[in-house]
Design a protein around this ligand. Structure first.
Ligand SMILES: Cc1cc2nc3c(=O)[nH]c(=O)nc-3n(C[C@H](O)[C@H](O)[C@H](O)COP(=O)(O)O)c2cc1C
Length: 318
């Protein structure tokens, strides 16, 4: 890892294979995409997860499946399934803050239990052909928990760590804690990626200036706010008309793919509307409301097309 990487942090419910494939096809700028976490529960995988990791559905050259587990057995089962699908790099989720997950000592719920973290990572040694990374937070409750885990992380051949600079208890709210990220950064000997609230080129440069030795950044919601963000950080020039055409194609093919997959107008509408919780937050509120109130696909198409044209028109005038 000798170049500064820009990765797409997984967002359950958003960055599925349809989004990833089309983002890569039309926009790009991302060095690695991650799947939202795969779980193994009641001795089963969810069909949705299997579809999402299936190599026949995925067309991004660098895709890292993410898994979530609390016991070595669970991790072992997921790794075996993903190995069978041909994956050589996997990411372990130690950051999810949802209470039902946390209660089962998974995601950020595992962070206060160093022994459990150690047990889980020990199991990865049974898969020497796979390279593992960890996506974590500062802690569940205290931002110092990650420092206590650092000696454990150091004792395994982790490819990298992505650290979301919040605690689990914070969920996705409140400020990122740059000071605590800095303490981890100072002591971490594993390639480290920063994650949390990168929503512009300036945010990325500020983090890079402050932590010059980080291996890169992972962008979650910022990629939905502005799908061109990674290209902009890489200083690739994109004209307004190019953005306009690209965004229309990207969005229209997303709509087409979800229509084919979900096969029911109301399900497609619901799915597409969820993206507008994040897409272009500065867009005209009245136009956004029209999209969210659309009752048919035709109505949705009309309003979304108009809104996308308007955003880029405003952009042009700046
Ligand atoms: C709706 C939603 C779903 C998420 N799903 C996942 C997930 O499956 N795996 C994961 O590691 N993080 C997940 N995250 C966390 C993000 O990857 C990221 O760490 C977090 O949003 C902070 O980064 P950001 O400010 O760039 O979005 C999710 C976040 C949101 C808001």
């Amino acid at each position: 890892m000798n170049t500064f990487r820009i990765e797409s942090a997984p967002l359950q419910g958003y960055t599925d294979y349809i989004f990833r494939n089309l983002h890569y096809k039309y926009i790009g700028g991302i060095d690695a995409y991650y799947t939202p976490f795969v779980r193994y529960e009641h001795e089963n995988f969810r069909n949705k997860d299997l579809r999402d990791i299936s190599p026949k559905n995925n067309r991004t050259p660098s895709l890292i499946p993410q898994l979530i587990a609390s016991s070595p057995e669970e991790l072992n089962n997921i790794c075996k399934m993903l190995r069978k699908s041909g994956y050589k790099q996997l990411d372990i989720n130690m950051g999810c803050p949802f209470i039902p997950i946390v209660r089962r000592k998974k995601g950020s719920g595992i962070l206060p239990y160093p022994d459990k973290v150690n047990e889980l990572l020990k199991e990865t040694l049974k898969f020497p052909e796979i390279s593992f990374s960890v996506k974590t937070r500062l802690g569940w409750e205290s931002p110092n928990e990650c420092l206590q885990l650092l000696p454990i992380f150091h004792s395994y051949p982790l490819h990298h760590i992505t650290l979301h600079a919040r605690t689990g208890k914070q969920q996705y709210n409140g400020h990122t804690d740059i000071t605590s990220f800095g303490s981890f950064y100072e002591q971490c000997k594993i390639p480290l990626l920063y994650n949390g609230d990168i929503t512009s080129k300036e945010d990325a440069f500020t983090i890079k200036r402050q932590f010059p030795l980080i291996a890169g950044i992972a962008i979650g919601r910022g990629l939905l706010y502005n799908p061109f963000i990674a290209k902009e950080i890489k200083s690739e020039e994109i004209s307004t008309s190019e953005k306009q055409q690209t965004m229309q194609c990207f969005h229209n093919e997303m709509l087409f793919c979800y229509q084919s997959l979900l096969d029911a107008e109301h399900l497609t509408l619901t799915k597409m509307k969820t993206f507008w919780e994040y897409f272009f937050p500065d867009a005209d509120k009245k136009l956004r409301k029209k999209i969210l109130k659309s009752k048919t696909i035709n109505e949705y198409k009309l309003h979304s097309t108009f809104l996308l044209e308007t955003i880029l028109y405003n952009d042009n005038r700046q």
